[in-house]
Design a protein around this ligand. Structure first.
Ligand code: HEC
Ligand code: HEC
Length: 193
């Protein structure tokens, strides 16, 4: 190969690479559009629970919260061995095998990964107020949405007890539907603000 031809072939490789990169970017754009379409079409606010082990192991004491209600880093803290053995005052320890499977599922579908109008509002999380594990019910958007409900309907309500019991008031909670018309607070009824 003479010098001239060598330069030409380097140029050709360069152009080909640029072309391929351009195509890759083009595909990314299409993916984003698809995702946006799915978001606006979906009725439920949050993607449903699809992992059986999660539903079984984490749905026995309270409902299995949709993964989109907390960001990945919060799920990671909750699913650490220490987090599970000191689980909001309970012991929710699991075998390593189950712990790893459930943790991978939750982090892959966390509020900061899954998209969706409401899930994105749950992407923000703080460390637990008492220095403990993060809570859905301490997320700033959640607090704002629930701050007008009087304590007598929550803590002092024998059929509710705490804001962690989403499905006590949200009849569509298991289907990921938290819309206002699906609310029915025990001893109070629908919510009109
Ligand atoms: C042995 C019973 C038990 C099991 C099993 C259990 N939890 Fe909990 N969980 C609790 C209790 C008790 C609370 C605190 C509820 C309250 O404050 O009213 C809680 C709270 C939570 C919260 C915070 C809810 C909020 O207020 O925002 C999350 C998130 C959570 N659990 C996730 C999980 C996950 C993930 C698993 C499975 C690995 C799991 N839980 C298994 C008992 C349990
Ligand atoms: C004591 C009953 C009660 C409990 C328990 C409860 N909520 Fe709510 N939630 C409400 C009420 C009432 C509203 C409506 C507030 C408003 O619109 O002024 C609401 C609003 C919401 C909204 C906003 C809905 C919208 O369309 O704007 C979301 C999301 C939500 N709740 C999720 C949850 C989750 C997740 C849990 C459990 C971690 C939970 N809630 C627990 C009563 C409750």
């Amino acid at each position: 190969m003479n010098h001239h031809k060598q330069i030409l072939s380097i140029l050709a490789v360069g152009l080909f690479t640029l072309g391929a990169a351009g195509m890759a970017f083009g595909e990314d754009d299409d993916d984003d559009d698809d995702r946006r379409d799915k978001r606006s079409q979906s009725r439920a606010d949050f993607a449903l629970v699809t992992n059986a082990a999660y539903g079984e192991e984490c749905g026995s004491c309270h409902m299995a919260y949709q993964p989109g209600l907390l960001p990945a880093r919060a799920w990671t803290a909750i699913m650490s061995p220490d987090g599970l053995s000191n689980h909001y005052g309970d012991d929710a320890s699991l075998t390593d095998e189950l712990r790893n499977e459930i943790s991978a599922y939750l982090t892959a579908n966390g509020a900061d990964r899954s998209g969706g109008k409401r899930a994105s509002k749950f992407a923000e999380s703080r460390a637990g107020a008492d220095g403990g594990l993060p809570r859905i019910s301490e997320n700033p958007y959640f607090v704002k949405e629930h701050d007008e409900i009087p304590a007598r309907l929550i803590k002092d309500n024998p059929d509710v007890g705490s804001l962690s019991k989403c499905n006590a008031c949200h009849r569509g909670a298991a289907e990921g539907d938290y819309s206002e018309r699906q609310i029915n607070i025990p001893g109070h009824g629908p919510w009109e603000d």
